[in-house]
Ligand binder design. Structure first.
Ligand code: GTP
Length: 352
């Protein structure tokens, strides 16, 4: 399957600059760019003979699957072996969810392409202002939403910010999405390697990532008092002052096995109540009574892929179940309490 990197980012954040930089200065990769009509005109002159740009007409924003994108990808399908990567530039106001859904819900597309990862370009100046804007009930600031969906965040236009401000912006971005890798850049100059091989939607890759995520540090940050926070060079204290449309991320874990039926019910109920607000979710799970089998899931809104991992829990490996939720107005305490009810008590748990 041909890898697709989805490039999102607020208006003027440097998406076209990134695409042009990649086409102009990075060699050795055969890249097909999919752009909106306006963007296509801006990148055409930088194409080498092995490259191509396909323009999308403007898809209908209210559809769950993007028809314009389906058409562009279908057009490319028979020639897909001529490319190493598709860079898909979205418009600044596009909601990433229907774009991601297009890759799982359309059979032709899902058989020929895989999303390698979602990049979000953002820039320091307007990000805190934009993220503080009060939005009408039920809507989310797109700049914040795009960061929440991303696997990598490119913090661009570093020339427009002083070092002091930069720390605060980085803290803000991490508050929205603690699971995205943050890369600083100027004029969108990022090595093409950083845009490829993210494997962010690969179940196997995700397991490594989630294993590295330090839940203890996360918990310590939650528990410390305001004074302690102040002592941490004002970093965490600053976090609370921003209204970031209620968008945030957190992880939960259990050292004990989970009851599969209860966990299933927990997820169904969570999605029933919060499918619009739950942007992304991921998990590595150990179920009671399932021997060495390791289960993994990964989702965008209610589109959840759930499967048994190719790898098993190995001898001596702590069988820690971890789940990650990224979204808006997610009540961590309530979700954590519901998650805890899925844990099989220590005395009856599968020995490991
Ligand atoms: N100062 C500064 N300007 C930059 C930087 N990167 C890009 N720009 C400029 O920012 C403007 C917007 O960049 P684009 O690449 O067109 O942004 P975009 O995200 O494609 O914009 P839309 O298509 O409108 O969403 C252009 O004038 C760029 O030259 C940077 O690092 N610093």
């Amino acid at each position: 399957k041909l890898a697709v990197t989805v490039v999102t980012g607020f208006l003027g954040s440097g998406k076209t600059t990134l695409v042009n930089y990649i086409l102009r200065e990075q060699h050795g990769k055969r890249i097909c760019v999919i752009e909106n009509e306006f963007g296509a005109a801006l990148v055409k002159e930088n194409l080498s003979s092995a490259e191509e740009v396909i323009s999308m007409d403007n898809g209908c924003a209210c559809c769950t699957v993007r028809g314009d994108l389906v058409r562009a990808l279908t057009q490319l399908k028979d020639r897909k072996d001529s490319f190493d990567l598709v860079l898909l530039e979205t418009t600044g106001l596009a909601d990433p969810a229907p774009i991601l859904a297009t890759f799982t819900q359309n059979w032709t597309i899902s058989n020929n392409y895989r999303i390698d990862g979602v990049l979000c370009l953002t820039f320091p100046g307007p990000f805190p202002d934009l993220s503080c804007q009060v939005r009408p009930e039920g809507t989310v600031n797109e700049a914040v939403q795009q960061v929440a969906f991303a696997d990598r965040v490119l913090l661009n236009k570093l020339d427009l910010v002083d070092k002091g401000e930069l720390g605060a912006v980085k803290t803000l971005i991490q508050e929205v999405n603690a699971f995205a890798e943050l890369i600083e850049c100027q004029q969108s100059r990022v090595p093409v390697d950083k845009l490829m091989d993210m494997n962010a939607f690969s179940m196997e890759r995700f397991q490594e990532e989630i294993a590295e995520y330090d839940l203890e540090e996360d918990a310590a940050a939650e528990e410390c008092t305001d004074e302690q926070e102040g002592a941490r060079e004002g970093q965490k204290a600053k976090k609370r002052k921003h209204d970031i449309s209620g968008v945030g991320s957190f992880a939960l874990q259990s050292e004990h096995a989970l009851d599969s039926q209860l966990f299933n019910r927990f997820m169904v109920q969570l999605l029933q109540r919060k499918k619009e607000d739950l942007y992304r979710s991921k998990g590595v799970l150990c179920f009671e009574g399932e021997g060495d089998a390791k289960y993994i899931f990964q989702g965008v809104h209610e589109q959840i892929q759930f499967e048994q991992s190719n790898t098993k829990w190995v001898e001596g490996e702590p069988r820690v179940s971890k789940v990650v939720f990224i979204g808006r107005d997610l009540d961590r305490e309530e979700i954590e309490a519901a998650f805890r009810t899925c844990i099989v008590h220590a005395q009856t748990a599968h020995p490991h």
